[in-house]
Design a protein around this ligand. Structure first.
Ligand SMILES: [Zn+2]
Length: 263
């Protein structure tokens, strides 16, 4: 079978295990069904997620020019606490930013390897956690907009990481911790003005990934440096494909690459 198209992050469906799909130009590739099979990936050229041109991909699937101009890559995406849409002040495109930022957000605790704090839109649950390869997660606070969630996250960052250790996540080195107890401990760090957003809910969301074999050592495949790769797929976790011999391919990290996939 041959597939080709522009890489975008995999579409996920929560289940036991999670189901993964790659939405290519003419095809919808069911990635779970490819487990145990030999796959060849070839980088043909690039196709920026915004302008569609064959320019070097800079970040987030965009060429350098688009990365510094499109609203989808404005700095509030990475740093929610800088959001100013609630004040009617734009970074790049007020209408886009108001639609994106002025909606319910959550601050969560998730464990992909160690415990981390993060912010996302309410509608991104559970997608956000699956994309990070989290094993389990809980909601700490639910806010009215992105700014408020960002303020809470910044306060918590002094006490807990906001990064995912992808190597440990892929090796399945997952800390066992009582997230509800942690949530209770972190509650005191929420700034007083935002304390009304604390969510006294004890739900734990847990995730099971389709992995036949976890790697002992992890080696990252970078198609910009190595345009051809062939290997046997043994797992999918987060936004990664895990191959035999510990080679891992970050699908999301290759957004905007135009590839051919032969199975
Ligand atoms: Zn572009």
């Amino acid at each position: 079978m041959n597939f080709e198209g522009q890489i975008r992050k995999m579409i996920t469906e929560n289940g036991s295990p999670i189901r993964y799909y790659l939405n290519l130009k003419d095809d919808f590739l069911d990635v779970n069904q490819q487990l145990g099979k030999k796959i060849r990936i070839s980088h043909l050229h690039n196709q920026c997620l915004n302008c569609g041109l064959d320019h070097p991909i800079y970040r987030m699937g965009y060429c350098k020019n688009c990365f510094f101009t499109v609203p989808e890559a404005n700095e509030n995406i990475i740093r929610p606490e800088l959001s100013t849409a609630h004040l009617g002040i734009a970074k790049r495109d007020l209408e886009w930013e108001q639609k994106f930022e002025l909606q319910p957000h959550i601050v969560y605790l998730a464990v992909a390897s160690d415990i981390k704090v993060g912010v996302t839109r309410l509608t991104q649950i559970p997608t956000r956690w699956i994309d990070q390869g989290a094993s389990y997660a809980t909601i700490l606070a639910k806010t009215d907009n992105r700014y408020e969630a960002g303020v809470i996250e910044v306060a918590l960052k002094n006490h807990v990481s906001d990064k995912t250790n992808y190597v440990r996540m892929l090796k399945n080195e997952v800390l066992e911790v009582d997230l509800i107890q942690q949530k209770d401990l972190f509650k005191v760090y929420i700034p007083e003005e935002e304390s009304k957003f604390y969510l006294p809910d004890t739900s734990i969301y847990s995730f099971e990934y389709p992995v036949l074999q976890y790697p002992e050592k992890v080696k990252t495949l970078n198609l910009a440096k190595q345009p051809e790769f062939e290997g046997t797929l043994v797992g999918i976790k987060g936004q990664y494909w895990i191959f035999e011999d510990g080679i891992v391919w970050n699908v999301r990290g290759h957004e905007g690459f135009y590839v051919k996939i032969e199975i």
